[in-house]
Design a protein around this ligand. Structure first.
Ligand code: PEP
Length: 259
């Protein structure tokens, strides 16, 4: 065993609102409890839209659920005149633990580059949040066989200036862009190749301890049928799940991948 607790995180994207989101969390909780899921053995997180965070947090706190709260993005700034942005301080105050940073949809549609992603990772850390740093190559990069170099370069650029102890506490999600929302899941071997390379690059830059501690997730069209073989890979410590996380039954099945 690696000592790394697997994490299954659901990225709801802009799909659920606060009503459908709280309904889903309740259903997810009782489905998992009914199945006697051990929340300390496989950690569960949901990443609602900012507008749903407060409602989901109220539910999690009020009912003492073992589901962690995450956000989908964070501002690089701590406070001030940044209309439309949400700060790490604001998220932390809502009991948010995880925050996705540099999701490919942010990179693609909102022009987020490595420098901004690195600034957001630092902003999250300043407020005690755990960044889920998202990286991964587009189809053309894979076709040219540059997926490992591309992805490890994204990781190192985003972690620029951090200390090894900080890096050990992070989550990195390898999400090949061609597999996100396409139904095209990477093979377990593809996932392992890049997740191992990410850990290797972290070992080289930040040391063996950071590399042994950092959790590396796979993301991209994960479904109940594909999760077990992906989780069987040595360097895959969990999954970031989009589409399938907006269905309580499917997401619960993914969380229960060992059964
Ligand atoms: C994601 O958006 O992080 C993701 C992996 O989406 P999907 O599971 O829908 O491919």
């Amino acid at each position: 065993t690696t000592g790394r607790t697997p994490l299954i995180a659901g990225n709801w994207k802009m799909v659920l609102d606060h009503q459908s989101g709280t309904v889903l969390v309740q259903k997810l909780d009782w489905t998992l409890k009914d199945a006697k899921h051990d929340f300390t053995a496989v950690e569960v997180a949901v990443l609602p839209s900012h507008t749903s965070l407060r409602s989901v947090q109220t539910l999690i706190e009020g009912d003492r659920l073992d589901i962690a709260l995450g956000a989908q993005d964070v501002s690089a700034h701590d406070s001030g005149a940044y209309t439309g942005e949400v700060s790490g301080a604001q998220l932390a105050k809502l009991g948010v633990r995880y925050v996705a940073v540099g999701h490919s949809e942010r990179r693609q549609y909102h022009g987020e580059d490595d420098a901004l992603v690195a600034a957001k990772v630092k902003a999250a850390l300043r407020h005690g949040l755990v960044p889920i740093l998202c990286v991964g190559e587009a189809l053309d990069v894979r076709a040219e066989g540059r997926h490992v170099a591309h992805t490890t370069a994204q990781v190192l650029a985003a972690l620029e200036g951090l200390e090894g102890v900080q890096v050990g506490g992070l989550v990195v999600a390898y999400e090949p862009v061609w597999a996100i929302g396409t139904g095209e899941v990477a093979t377990p071997e593809d996932a392992q190749e890049v997740c191992a390379a990410i850990r290797g690059a972290i070992a080289e830059r930040f040391g063996a301890e950071a590399a042994a501690a950092v959790r590396v997730l796979y993301g991209g069209s994960v479904k109940p049928a594909s999760i077990a073989s992906i989780m069987a890979q040595d360097d895959v410590d969990g999954a970031l799940v989009g589409g399938a996380s907006t269905d309580a039954g499917d997401f619960a099945s993914i969380v229960r991948y060992r059964e």
